[in-house]
Design a protein. Structure first.
Length: 431
């Protein structure tokens, strides 16, 4: 037994309530079990009960054992003086308020149907990443829709919170915040941390001073990234050394001018990446984005349709990077521009969360609605998580669907948060 399932049982009143009595034998009626408290303090607030015909309003505290009241040091906390009922699984020691009055206690152990606990245990102990996979088809569609809606909202809220924290660190400079958040996602997960560090070392305002010259933008990005080869590296015979030498020289000047920091080359990950996803190629495409848009964030706000946004991220890197995946080594084939799949991933993971965070802070419902529309306009992602859900019969069409399912899988399923999931709750309480 744990407090999570006990809170669930209390919240939805899944126990025998006829002729209910406190552990002291006094008649007990539950008028309202209260609302789950997500912050510090008693577990449920706004509860109403009657004990021996007298109505009480206050809070409810949940423990597996009544002695946990002392273990958690509630006896000296004035916040817990509002507790009108102590709901426990086992009453090992009667508890009292600080002033000496006995806290009314309800022991649930003999009142809960064994089937509820068995269904919960079967989910929690299931080894499959999606614990309900064997029973998923038995659940009505409405609960699956609710699950998806809650998961999508959870994902959007989680990312928005991260972005709002970043905006606060940037003194509400949304241009810098947007630049940092989008630059981070040019790492496409594997290199996200290094791209984010790059955005911290190289402010947008510095890049904007050289925005009209893509070569200077590249020198700043590649230089601060620590990826420009040193003089000791053997020059290629294809003339690439001219570009590298000029890039190195330009960066030396700009580094001294702006007192720029630099990332160590070994921090970048190239292994397990396709050449088109190498950090060097992504940096060249990021340079193209800055060259094309300047302040990226303001450009995004101006887009009305998803096709406009996709066009912004259809990035064509400069000539050198159309023929090189890395410095010095010329490619036999032309290096592709940023494709639609990569552009959509940036929009899903970077742009839309950025827009929702800004909409939340500024209370702009139209921007929030636009972000949701964009999610619904982009096809679903395809990865092992989405394929797992599809095997259970989920119809996944748009990125709104896939984003919800990724959140559901990572945050709820893998963490065994079945009692915070509409499907899990339905399976536990059925019949």
């Amino acid at each position: 037994m744990n407090e999570e399932i006990l809170s669930f049982i209390w919240r939805y009143q899944y126990f025998e309530r006829s002729d209910l009595r406190t552990d002291d034998g006094l008649p007990l009626t539950i008028i309202r079990p209260g609302l789950k408290n997500l912050h510090s303090g008693p577990d449920f607030s706004g509860a109403r009960i009657t004990i021996e015909g007298v109505e009480w309003a206050g809070t409810i505290e949940i423990h597996t054992q009544s002695s946990h009241w002392l273990k958690h040091r509630h006896e000296n906390d004035p916040v817990y003086r509002s507790v009108i009922l102590h709901v426990v699984w086992e009453n090992d020691i009667p508890m009292k308020h600080q002033e000496g009055s006995v806290i009314p206690t309800l022991t649930l152990k003999s009142l809960v149907k064994l089937s509820v606990l068995q269904r919960y245990t079967s989910l929690i102990e299931d080894k499959h990443p999606i614990a309900c996979c064997q029973q998923f088809s038995e659940v009505d569609k409405i609960y699956k829709i609710t699950m998806l809606d809650r998961a999508l909202l959870s994902r959007m809220e989680s990312k928005a919170t991260q972005i709002l924290t970043l905006a606060e660190e940037n003194q509400q400079d949304w241009a810098q915040t947007g630049y940092q958040w989008i630059t981070k996602h040019f790492g496409f997960k594997l290199n996200d941390p290094v791209f984010f560090r790059l955005s911290q070392l190289l402010p947008l305002k510095t890049l904007l001073k050289h925005r009209s010259n893509i070569f200077q933008v590249e020198s700043l990005l590649f230089g601060c990234a620590g990826l420009i080869p040193s003089e000791s590296d053997a020059p290629a015979s294809d003339g690439a050394d001219v570009y590298v030498t000029a890039l190195r020289s330009e960066y030396r000047f700009l580094k001294a001018k702006y007192n720029l920091g630099q990332i160590q080359p070994h921090e970048w990950k190239f292994m397990r990446l396709r050449p088109s996803g190498f950090p060097t190629v992504r940096l060249a495409q990021l340079a193209a984005l800055i060259f094309n848009t300047g302040s990226i964030f303001s450009q995004l706000l101006e887009c009305d349709h998803i096709t406009e946004l996709q066009q912004v991220f259809h990035l064509k890197q400069s000539d050198y990077w159309r023929h090189h995946y890395t410095f010095h080594k010329k490619s036999e084939k032309t290096v592709p521009f940023m494709g639609m799949d990569a552009a959509n991933l940036l929009i899903i993971n970077a742009v839309i969360p950025l827009l929702t965070a800004y909409a939340r802070q500024r209370e702009k419902q139209d921007l929030f609605d636009k972000a949701l529309d964009w999610l619904s306009d982009i096809p679903s992602e395809d990865n092992h998580i989405i394929r797992e859900w599809k095997s259970l019969g989920i119809n996944v069409q748009t990125s709104a669907d896939s984003q919800a399912l990724i959140q559901q899988y990572n945050v709820f399923c893998l963490q065994k948060q079945c009692l915070n999931c509409a499907v899990g709750m339905e399976l536990v309480r059925k019949n």
